[in-house]
Ligand binder design. Sequence first.
Ligand code: PEP
Ligand code: MN
Length: 265
Amino acid sequence: MTESGAGTANPVVRDGDVTIISGPCSVESREQMMQVAEACASLGIRVLRGGAYKPRTSPYSFQGMEEEGLRLLRDAADAYGLLCITEVVDSEDIPVVDAYADILQIGTRNMANFALLKKIGAATAESHKPVLFKRGMAATIEEWLAASEYNTMQGNPNVVLCERGIRTFETATRFTLDITAVPVVKKLSRLPIVIDASHPTGQADLVPSVCRAAVAVGADGIMVESHPDPRAALCDGPQSLDLEGLRNLMVELQPVAEAVGRRLA
Ligand code: PEP
Ligand code: MN
C-alpha cells in the first residue's frame, strides 16, 4: 500500500471536496488562457489546466507552445488566484515545468515510462509537489498502482491517480471510462483518484453525464477540458466544453455533490 495524499498538504485534493480541474487541452494564446482562467475563477474552480508539451498521436499535429505556453498558463493562474497543472512528457523538461506549474501531470502514454517516473519522483521528493498520474490506456489497475510507487518511493506522497479511459473493442467513444476504477482504487490504495471526463468520451455532449457519475461514484476530483471556442481549438476541440457549457456543468453537478455529501471546489 502506498502513502496517501489525504491528510497531507495536498492542494489538489481536500477531504470531502470534489476538486474540479479545467482548462484547454493545449495552451494556445494569452487571451485564450485568460478567458478560461476568468471563467474557472468565477465558478469556484481552483485548478487550471493547459498542455504546453503535447504527446500527440501524429507528429504532424500541434506539439504545444513549450516554455512560452508554461508562462501563459502561470500568468493566467496567477491573474485569477488559481493553481495550475500541466504535463511533463520528457525528463529533460522536468526543471522548466517544475518552475512554472503547481502540479505535474504524467499522461497515459508515459504511465509505464519508469525512467521518467523515477526522475519526476526524485525531482519532487523534497517539494512534495502533487503529481497527477494518469492510468495507461492499456494498463490494469494493478499495473497502474504499482507504477505509482515509482513516484511515492522517491519520497513524494502526493500522487493523485487519474482514470482517463482504457482501450476496449468499443468504438462509440474515444476510450472506455472504467468507472469501477474509483471504488477499486479506494479499496486497494489510499491515494486520491480523479476522473478525466473528456478523454474517454471524445465528445463534449457526453462529458456532463460522465461528470455526474464521477461525483456520485466518489471521485476526489474531475478533470474536464474547456475552451473559449472549441471549434477553433488546436487540440481536442470536439471533447472540450465551451465556457457556457462549463458554467452549466457546475450548476448541474451541484445537486449531485450535495446528494452524496460532497462539495465542489
Ligand atoms: C491531457 O490531459 O492533455 C492528455 C494528453 O491526456 P491523456 O494523457 O489522458 O491522453
Ligand atoms: Mn486533451
